[in-house]
Design a binder for this molecule. Structure first.
Ligand SMILES: Cc1cc2nc3c(=O)[nH]c(=O)nc-3n(C[C@H](O)[C@H](O)[C@H](O)COP(=O)(O)O)c2cc1C
Length: 388
């Protein structure tokens, strides 16, 4: 049950407002890492545009006893049908971002998913969320590392483990290449000038200290320079995911297991065969395959075909309550957003998590009442134009 009140800062009543503010507040290399897609950004743009082709029909004269956003997922009743997707390097975009978002998610009773390469540890996030955060695993090259991270997630009582499938190779991101993006930030003259232009970010980052890969820290040799860090990351996470790598995780992990990055019926079928509990239809927010489909298309087909065999969720491209409604009407039982929450924190700091969740909840409630939808799983009854 949510402990949080819905509080919205009236200067930022949309995710677009938060994005615009975030752009002004953080250095260009950090904003472009967050905001960009890959290659020519075709799929990034299509993701949102094609969700917005979905149309809903209202039924104004129907009996309506009230709309309730609460949605059951994996035995937990969440206050809303959306969660915070895993995002790497969060602390680079705003100091303490993962902690701010985890706290807000916990208070609003929605899921927060911690990325393997975020800047907080499994243990710290679990403490903040009283064991309710999910953990996203980048499959490491070495099984020893995989087992250790899975054991840590179990010890921290994470209810759901999310395995990522859509990074067989790093995305080709021209802005990051141009910016020489690295962790910690590359101190080129260009980047230093960008930092000097964002005094609040610079001051907060200075006080908070340099962001680190806290979950990976125990496995990293100390005092790596930039080049060595890059080499460590490359060696630690090479290799693509496959069924043989998923099987032992299914045996080992007693909680719910979800595959993220599903973008085809074939991969959805494999997930079902492997006994997984859920899939997140996702194209990584358009950051990996610019020539791919936007996610709403495979979501619609996969939900129709397999929705009664596995929990089908979706992310990529959602930026508003109406987008969440359109996605659920197309068959998703739950949704996730990545950039929207990070724009919120980059724009509003400590208030950003609470504000963005409040905004999305308020917008979604309005859509539910407008179309006469009493429960979120009834959204498909209002679908009049689907995209597949
Ligand atoms: C800056 C950034 C970093 C990301 N890092 C990860 C990550 O470490 N692990 C992961 O599973 N997904 C990662 N993602 C993908 C998100 O989990 C999610 O799929 C995507 O952001 C959804 O699209 P949206 O931003 O349009 O909502 C990242 C996305 C962004 C924007």
């Amino acid at each position: 049950m949510s402990k949080a009140k819905l509080t919205i800062n009236n200067n930022y009543p949309s995710v677009t407002d938060l994005r615009n503010k975030a752009k002004k507040k953080i250095p260009k290399f950090a904003f472009e890492y967050l905001d960009g897609g890959c290659n020519e950004d075709v799929n990034l743009i299509k993701n949102t545009a094609e969700i917005r082709e979905v149309e809903l029909s209202p039924s104004y004269l129907s009996k309506h006893t009230g709309s309730d956003m609460k949605t059951e997922l994996f035995g937990h009743t969440y206050d809303a049908p959306f969660g915070i997707a895993p995002v790497g390097l969060q602390g680079l975009m705003w100091p303490n971002a993962p902690e701010i978002l985890a706290k807000a998610a916990f208070e609003h009773n929605i899921p927060f998913v911690l990325s393997t390469v975020s800047t907080s540890s499994i243990e710290r996030i679990s403490e903040i969320t009283e064991g309710q955060a999910w953990f996203q695993l980048y499959h490491p090259t070495e099984n020893r590392l995989r087992d250790d991270m899975i054991n840590r997630a179990a010890q921290a009582e994470c209810p759901v483990l999310v395995i990522l499938s859509d990074v067989p190779t790093f995305g080709f991101r021209p802005r990051d290449i141009r910016n020489g993006l690295a962790m910690p930030p590359n101190m080129s003259v260009k980047n230093i000038l960008q930092i000097l232009g964002k005094p609040e970010w610079a001051m907060k980052t200075l006080i908070h200290g340099q962001p680190n890969f806290e979950t990976l820290k125990p496995y990293m040799p100390k005092n790596l320079d930039l080049k060595q860090l890059g080499k460590f990351m490359d060696q630690t996470f090479t290799g693509r995911l496959n069924e043989e790598k998923i099987k032992p995780i299914r045996d080992m992990w007693k909680g719910k297991l979800v595959l993220k990055g599903v973008a085809s019926e074939m991969d959805a079928e494999k997930a079902i065969r492997l006994g997984l509990d859920g899939i997140i239809v996702s194209n990584h927010g358009g950051r990996q395959l610019d020539a791919g489909e936007s996610t709403i298309r495979p979501l619609t087909r996969i939900a129709e075909k397999y929705g009664n065999q596995i929990k089908v969720m979706m992310d990529s491209g959602l930026r508003s309550g109406p987008d969440i409604a359109r996605t659920m009407a197309s068959g998703a039982e739950f949704t996730f957003l990545g950039r929207s929450f990070m724009y919120g924190v980059a724009a509003l700091g400590n208030e950003g998590g609470n504000h963005t969740i409040s905004l999305l909840k308020t917008e979604l409630q309005q859509v539910m009442e407008q179309v006469c939808c009493e429960r979120t799983l009834d959204f498909p009854n209002h679908l009049i134009k689907k995209i597949n």
